[in-house]
Design a binder for this molecule. Structure first.
Ligand code: F6R
Length: 253
């Protein structure tokens, strides 16, 4: 199946469609295993899932989750860590079982062993059913910065300066305070999920969305790898879709 690109009528409806997509997976799968992402894009999506749960419409008790990435050196209780982000935006508000929640441990004494154990834990659950993705300004999915080969696995990585600037808000607006290293699922790990959902909103994503969806398949834009997946949906608002739409219609002339 080719990439299924959905352009939502507005940003709120992009988030709503993404939340519905995830909720359908949680309700429909016999053993739901979700790969989760963090970042600004996901905040509204998680808020919608939390309100579904609070309205009694969505049960998380059978869900197992694996987050994409974590900063090295930040403890799970550090307000800037992705583990803490997940607690604030999702885990703390729904009935997930603590033992079903997985986020790479950026404080592990042996980071390579932690990554290998993370891969094994995903396999133990029968693999990822649906992987939720955002896209960074470098074209990364997870923290797969350029260049990230398409067969990479969960591993320690060095963050690009562009990403450290992109994520500075959580670090007092100081890119220099953003950790230099992180753990991330690899591109190969992500591609093994049975289904992918990438969500991007806003004009700041328009250029990189177009490059990822129409440019070369290249380790320099790890998001371009999603085009190799047999079951991938992309949900965009009009702003994020703008350059992709222009380039696509120009190439169809
Ligand atoms: C974070 C992650 C990243 C983000 C991307 C977009 O877990 O996997 O790839 O999805 O950097 O971040 P926002 O949504 O903040 O623009």
């Amino acid at each position: 199946m080719p990439l299924n690109v959905i352009i939502a009528p507005d940003t709120a409806s992009a988030f709503q469609q993404a939340a519905t997509f995830l909720a359908d997976h949680i309700r429909g799968a016999a053993h739901p295993v979700l790969g989760l992402a963090t970042g600004r894009t996901m905040e509204s999506i998680y808020a919608l899932l939390v309100s579904d749960h609070q309205a009694g419409k969505l049960d998380f008790s059978q869900l197992t989750s694996f987050n994409l990435d974590e900063y090295v050196g930040l403890s799970p209780t550090d307000p800037r860590s992705y583990r803490h982000y997940m607690q604030e935006h999702l885990f703390g508000h729904v009935n997930m079982r603590p033992e079903h929640v997985h986020v790479p441990d950026g404080t592990a004494s042996d980071l390579v062993a932690e990554c290998a154990a993370y891969e094994a834990a995903i396999q133990n659950e029968g693999g990822l059913g649906l992987q939720l993705l955002g896209i960074g300004e470098t074209g990364h999915i997870g923290f797969n910065e350029p260049p990230s080969a398409f067969d990479t696995r969960t591993r320690p990585v060095t963050l690009d300066d562009v990403t450290r600037r992109q994520n500075a808000a959580m670090f007092g607006g100081q890119p220099g305070a953003v950790p230099h290293t992180a753990l991330t699922m690899g591109v190969g790990t992500i591609l093994e999920a049975r289904e992918l959902l990438l969500v991007a909103t806003g004009s700041s994503k328009a250029r990189i969305v177009a490059e990822a969806l129409l440019g070369p398949l290249t380790p320099d834009i790890s998001a371009s790898a999603i085009r190799l997946h047999a079951n991938c949906t992309v949900i965009l608002d009009h702003e994020a879709a703008a350059i992709w739409k222009q380039q696509k219609s120009a190439s169809n002339l």
